[in-house]
Design a protein around this ligand. Structure first.
Ligand SMILES: [Zn+2]
Length: 542
């Protein structure tokens, strides 16, 4: 297939000019963007043109390109490339082409379907818009389509402009026929995207090339990205039920990547974490085993109320071990799994100015997740429906985590009380365990969350013989979700190869015969088959 022109998208600038310039050097067709301005020092030189004029059937067809104006925030064009306003630069280029006698003009954009409809198709002189960026499937037959293919927009000059887009990743080929009248105005426009399924025979040469290019991918997987001091637990039983070390690693990596954009909260679906990472050297292949889905970092704005709804979704299917369980960064929450779904979240706090404050339902927060949940995956309908200014095509999740491991190597996994399970039948006001309990030892009778509730208010809570009521300050904020019977000095241990309860008891209590204490605190694990990477609760010495 022959290409007449392409435009650059934001991802062309992901790795700066060093990655883009060699690509521009080898391709044989025009690359267009009216709003990309390269300085004299730029490596891309003048390779990116504002427009091109093609001769088709004796007629001149003008094509003008443009890229999304937030490219500097979501990619890395570098100091020698400036991204100017799309509408202004397209308008100027259209005026220039019209002055040259070109009256059929296609805007070839990478600004997204909403902006194509609201702004680009309304530029006087633009006749057709071929877009990208929002990965929008437009179709006349697919019920999941965002709009018809083409979507007709009224131009203020009194004519209609067809807008097209054919999803993403060459999954579809947009086929589109347009008939112009003698004045260069669109008379007819119709088409549909063609789904490139198995019925399309792949090109043998391309297949061979893919195989050849696969070899360096194997090399990539062998690349060392960092080291860990301990195994990082990404086990299914933990990541879908309670705070897990892998959930914290992935969420922290995303947070670090986007905090420069003002994002302070990250939600990661536990089901997206597919493996643990062992202690020692970590390869890109290890990271890809944890995160095999090629998901991207997604950023958006969400109200506190909707954020709480998202957390309710996370704990709504605990019984099924559903992947929706929310691992978090920049946020703490507590839940009571005995409550009915959609009313299990008992407290939510967010980090503000270095301190934890309650979530404000009316406030808008900047949040990051992955593109899968942002688009409603794992039950996160609230993200799909309520997110504002969503951008789903940030860096790959696996690269984000690999980079983070690299800059924090050797990495030590951590559990720090971001997610707390509160026991059933506790008084409602006790359901704020994420905040360190105020140091008020003068009020020992008031139950703090990690303490056993008084028997008369919580008959179902296990009542240890010595409730130790006067230990308020260390009220277990740094512990994973455990029932209230756990005492403050409880710790956790991530299982490494060869670990036994006996050895762990010897280490924790100085007495291997006390191994049953650990076994009883970790129901569901078989003593001789401790899963590597699992997080065990180590109760305090009695
Ligand atoms: Zn894009």
């Amino acid at each position: 297939m022959k290409f007449d022109a392409m435009t650059v998208g934001n991802h062309e600038f992901d790795d700066g000019e060093d990655a883009l310039a060699p690509f521009l050097d080898v391709i044989q067709f025009p690359v267009l963007s009216a709003n990309v301005k390269a300085s004299a020092a730029a490596k891309v030189g003048d390779r990116i043109k504002p427009s091109v004029v093609l001769e088709v059937g004796g007629q001149k067809i003008g094509i003008v390109g443009a890229v999304t104006t937030d490219t500097p925030e979501i990619a890395s064009p570098g100091p020698n490339i400036t991204i100017e306003d799309d509408v202004r630069t397209i308008t100027a280029e259209v005026e220039k082409l019209k002055a040259e006698g070109v009256n059929k003009i296609i805007a070839l954009t990478h600004v997204g379907y909403p902006r194509d409809k609201e702004a680009i198709a309304r530029i006087p002189g633009v006749d057709v818009v071929v877009g990208g960026h929002t990965h929008s499937l437009l179709s006349n037959t697919d019920p999941k389509a965002e709009g018809p293919y083409p979507t007709m927009i009224d131009n203020p000059d009194g004519y209609k402009v067809p807008v097209t887009q054919a999803a993403s990743y060459s999954k579809y080929l947009g086929e589109f026929k347009v008939v112009f009248d003698d004045d260069g105005v669109v008379k007819e426009a119709d088409g549909d995207p063609i789904y490139l399924d198995k019925s399309i025979e792949p090109d043998a040469q391309v297949l061979a090339r893919i195989k050849e290019l696969g070899a360096p991918i194997e090399e990539l997987k062998a690349q060392k990205v960092g080291e860990t001091t301990e195994a990082v637990d990404g086990s299914r039983e933990n990541c879908r039920a309670r705070e897990c070390a892998m959930g914290n690693l992935v969420s922290d990596a995303v947070l670090e990547r986007v905090k420069g954009q003002g994002v302070g909260i990250v939600i990661t679906n536990g089901g997206g974490l597919r493996a643990s990472i062992g202690q020692g050297q970590v390869t890109m292949g290890d990271v890809l085993t944890v995160l095999p889905f090629q998901n991207t970092v997604a950023t958006f704005q969400l109200s506190g109320k909707d954020l709480k709804e998202a957390l309710e979704n996370g704990v709504s299917q605990l019984e099924e071990g559903a992947g929706r369980f929310a691992q978090v960064a920049g946020l703490k929450y507590a839940f009571d799994k005995s409550a009915p779904p959609q009313s299990r979240v008992k407290s939510v706090e967010v980090m503000e100015n270095g301190g934890w404050v309650p979530l404000d339902p009316d406030k808008d927060y900047l949040v990051a997740a992955n593109n899968y949940t942002r688009q409603g995956g794992d039950g996160y309908k609230v993200f799909a429906e309520k997110a504002k200014n969503a951008y789903d095509y940030g860096p790959g999740l696996e690269q984000t985590v690999a980079d983070y491991l690299g800059t924090h190597s050797p990495y030590t996994p951590k559990l720090e009380g971001r997610i707390t399970e509160v026991a059933a039948a506790q008084p409602a006001e006790a359901a704020a365990p994420a905040a360190p309990a105020p140091a008020e030892p003068a009020k020992p009778a008031e139950p703090t969350p990690a303490q056993p509730a008084p028997a008369e208010t919580a008959p179902t809570a296990p009542a240890p013989a010595e409730p130790a009521p006067a230990q308020p300050a260390e009220a277990a904020p740094a512990q994973p979700a455990q029932p209230a019977a756990a005492e403050p000095a409880q710790t956790t241990h991530v299982v490494a190869g060869g670990d036994t309860y006996w050895d762990l008891a010897a280490k924790a209590y100085g007495d291997g015969t006390k191994w049953r204490t650990i076994a009883e605190a970790n129901p569901g694990y078989r003593p001789r088959r401790l899963p590597i990477g699992a997080t065990l609760t180590i109760p305090a010495a009695q």
